[in-house]
Write a protein that binds this ligand. Structure first.
Ligand SMILES: Cc1ncc(COP(=O)(O)O)c(C=O)c1O
Length: 402
């Protein structure tokens, strides 16, 4: 069987060889990081070494690093936990300010807060490329009874479907001036764009940040919540008092050791990696548009730009075709990619992100996301471009016949 061309690195990416080795070596050692005997202290030392490494790589304080099971859990603690904590301290704070382009790890919690906690939401609408402007955020905060009733704001750093990168430092300044904590889901941003986090919770930095290992060559099931020292969200889980009481549960020492290596690699390799996958992205998008000028690129795209759009993200709208057929035909031709978020794969509704950006439903039905990573090559891009004409033709014929 010919090998698959993997163009779905935003769903999950290959684990770094040094991470595999570190996890395997650490898994072989017994010891609970909460135990006080020798093996326990050894495990604790691995965890605290990893915490210090991660803090150093990201420019934050070790006490601001909370180990979680991934981006979803970090988003949950940040959004729900901060909402509950701030409302408990001041019952007027019942509003959440967020955007309709967030990942479901944020959106579904907001729905839950509305349904179960009586929260109100103000949606900050993006422009047609998915950008949230500081002015739009400021207007949203000022609605209701002004920013005083806002418990938490949440704006993702980079969009997982269309790759739009937000100017989080400016958005953080807006929230800071309004006295509202800003959470940002930076799951897709780490390893692809600079994350200026030094001085977390002050000035132009967010207050809470969600990150995950499996998008940057770390083990799946290991993530981080960065929580500035003033932030005390109510924990989502209850149990032992691990991780400042924010995230109880026995620590995954081996996973954490691997996560630390992946985070360090993401930061030190950022410039080289972004330039390399950015060039592949531009090759892919330019080649696709040459193949069929009626294709539309979602999100902001300027060839050579590595900061306004994730360098590893290409996203197309295919007129006259359905994502399901495109994905099926590409898979059959040996190309693995997705329509949008892997979490909603198999769901035939058009993407909420595209609809929020004003993409007509008919075009949104033909979404195709191709994401590049550490192992991607020019040959991968060219293999995709080689099969694209026949895939477009057959997918359109399938739509026309339905
Ligand atoms: C933007 C974004 N947030 C959150 C998540 C969820 O992260 P995890 O899979 O680690 O729970 C993802 C994963 O696809 C994502 O892309």
């Amino acid at each position: 069987m010919p090998s698959t061309v993997y163009l779905d690195h935003a769903a999950t990416t290959s684990v770094l060889p040094e991470v595999v080795a570190a996890v395997a070596a650490t898994l072989g050692q017994v010891g609970n990081a909460s135990s006080t005997h020798g093996p326990g202290r050894q495990a604790r030392s691995t965890v605290e070494g990893a915490r210090e490494d991660i803090a150093d790589a990201l420019g934050v304080h070790p006490s601001e690093v909370v180990f979680t099971s991934g981006g979803t859990e970090s988003d949950n603690i940040a959004v729900t936990g901060t909402f509950l904590a701030r409302r408990a301290a001041d019952p007027r704070k019942t509003r959440v300010v967020t955007t309709p382009v967030e990942h479901h790890a944020v959106l579904d919690q907001v729905d839950h807060l509305v349904a179960e906690q009586g929260a109100a939401v103000t949606w900050v609408e993006p422009d047609e490329t998915g950008v949230i402007t500081p002015e739009a955020l400021q207007d949203a905060l000022a609605q209701g009874s002004g920013p005083d009733d806002v418990a938490v704001a949440s704006v993702m750093w980079a969009n997982n479907e269309i790759g739009t990168v937000q100017d989080v430092p400016r958005l953080a300044e807006v929230c800071r001036a309004a006295g509202v904590p800003l959470h940002t889901d930076a799951v897709q941003a780490l390893s692809q764009v600079e994350l200026p986090l030094s001085g977390l919770g002050t000035g132009a930095t967010p207050d809470l940040v969600a990150l995950t290992g499996h998008k940057v060559g770390g083990p799946v099931g290991n993530g981080l919540l960065l929580a500035a020292r003033g932030q005390s969200p109510v924990p989502v889980l209850r149990g032992g008092g691990q991780e400042r009481g924010l995230r109880p549960g026995t620590l995954d020492v081996a996973g954490i050791a691997g996560l630390a290596l992946a985070v360090r690699h993401a930061v030190t390799d950022l410039a080289r990696h972004a330039a390399r996958v950015g060039a592949l992205r531009d090759r892919l998008l330019a080649g696709a548009l040459r193949t069929d000028p009626s294709l539309r690129v979602s999100g902001p795209w300027r060839p050579g730009d590595l900061t306004g759009r994730l360098p590893g993200n290409a996203h197309l709208q295919v007129p006259g075709a359905d994502s399901d057929s495109l994905l099926y035909l590409l898979d059959a031709a040996g190309v693995a990619c997705s329509a949008g978020s892997a979490c909603t794969a198999g769901v035939t509704r058009p993407s909420h992100v595209l609809l929020a950006c004003g993409v007509p439903e008919d075009l949104a039905r033909g979404a195709l996301r191709l994401t590049l990573g550490r192992t991607s090559t020019e040959a991968d891009v060219d293999a995709f471009l080689a099969v694209l004409p026949q895939v477009l033709d057959r997918a359109r014929r399938a739509r026309a016949a339905s």
